[in-house]
Design a protein around this ligand. Sequence first.
Ligand code: ADP
Length: 591
Amino acid sequence: MKRKRKLIRQLYPSYVAVALVSVAAMAWIAISAVSQLSLEENIAGLKSQALLVEDILGKEFSPDRSAPIDAICKKVGSRMPVRITVMTTDGKVLGDSDEDPARMGDHSTRPEVKEAMAGKVGTARRYSFTLNRKMVYVAIPLRRDGELAGIVRTALPVTELDKTLRKIFLQIAAESIVVILLTAGISLFVANRINRTIAAMKNAAVRFAGGDLQFRLKAPDTEEMSTLAEALNTMAAQLHERLSTITSQRNQLEAVLSNMIESVLVTDEDGRITRLNQSAEKLLGCKEDKVRGRTVQEAVRNTALNKFVRDAFIHGGTREADITFVGNPDRYLQAHGTKLDDASGRSMGALVVLNDVTRLKNLERIRRDFVANVSHELKTPITSIKGFLETLKDGALHDPENADRFLSIILKQTDRMNMIIEDLLTLSRIERDQEQGSTRLERGRIIDVLEAVKGACLPKAEQKDIELHFSCEDAITARINARLLEQAIANLVDNAIKYSGPGSKVEVSCKLSGGEIIIEVADQGVGIEKEHLERIFERFYRVDKARSNKEGGTGLGLAIVRHIVNSHNGEILVASSPGEGSTFTIRIPAD
Ligand code: ADP
């Protein structure tokens, strides 16, 4: 780029040039006037001196009396700083103050003399070869009785005049230089002041451009600059206000986006990601600054989502789709997409809002599985009951031996159905209380709960020849729902008895550790394979269904235990080795 000249460099030389030219012109006019004036003054002097000589010559003048005329010329000439020459009307010199007239030639050709010959006052300025210098001449006609009788000429060396003029010129020149210097100085001062003000404006503009919109310019002295400064300040104030509004709106939008549970993904018109909110970062497992500028396919590697974003952009309108993210575990997303247009209707990209519906899907699946499981669990006894009732109806009722056996089976299956329904009702009650937060917890001694469990389970243990052992300190108390906790521990002890062989031992203990109450139910039974450990707390999950059924299990016992423990703000853990036994541990906060 062509380098710009500074304003001061443009203004200052022109100021000085204008001053120089005007001062020079003034000086020239002054010198011309003075030299003209002084010339005229000299001519007037020479003329009066010539008239004086004419007077002095008086009656003495006669063209043939050269000697006395010359003597008068020399005498008067010695008293005046002028040269005096007296001539005849045809130019012959009769007397001269500085020269011998005999040596002087014919003067009739001299311009001043010619004019005097014509009866006028003649003036001339020229070089005198007689005196070897430049002279001013005035010649007047000398009249006797009204007739032209001769010519008187006075002359002054120009050097005298020049000397005076030079003096005047030098004085004017000196004064001009002073004026020029003064003008240059004042111009420099003024130019610098303008420059400083402009520099302050420039500086302010640079600061505004750099974002310092709270900076304010001081008002300069000049009206125009002051108006400009005010305009700049107003502009900065308005910009600041607008920026603040934009910033606060952006912050608001940022806060809304960050706090949204829904995941938001925005792309530009090329399908490149421009925004991902926090929820989307978490859901898609990528950071916004890492994926900004990349396509959805590059960033997320999900063809369905990529296609969905592209369709939202290409087809416009609002779109909806279910998208699955295959992984461990699978995730299900509900996507809403729309094309983004700016105020002028120009396409900016696409906006996609994603909802993680995995939990809902899972809940739905669980509900579906649960209905299927309940139906399945109930169907077995109902089928059996129906079968036996049909057999009885078809004649077995009249066979007392079989009829009695069939009725016993029907009763057993009915009991089983009743047990399942009882357990389901218990589960649903606990769940409902838990959801409503209405499970009543009261301060109670754990030993009392264990005593009740012992009372309920001892007969079954004795029946199976299993030794039941309880240990618990009296003082241990907690905020509990004694009825529910008793049911949970009883379920665990019941399982321990169910899944242990005769002669083995079941130990129930309770201790206090680090602010927690730890209740353990340990048996020496069949144990549980590792792969089942995670799932045994699910409803209707059974490791060995035949054995569970044989033992009168419903598959709901541990699900009930987990719900009860949860409503006590605790947790249930299991450790087991197949063939050696299992230990179930309940941890609840101490009182
Ligand atoms: P069930 O009514 O069948 O006992 P639960 O929910 O109480 O149902 O237990 C689920 C499954 O966990 C049981 O079917 C059984 O296979 C296993 N289980 C529970 N407790 C024990 C235990 N003490 N020893 C071995 N297996 C157990």
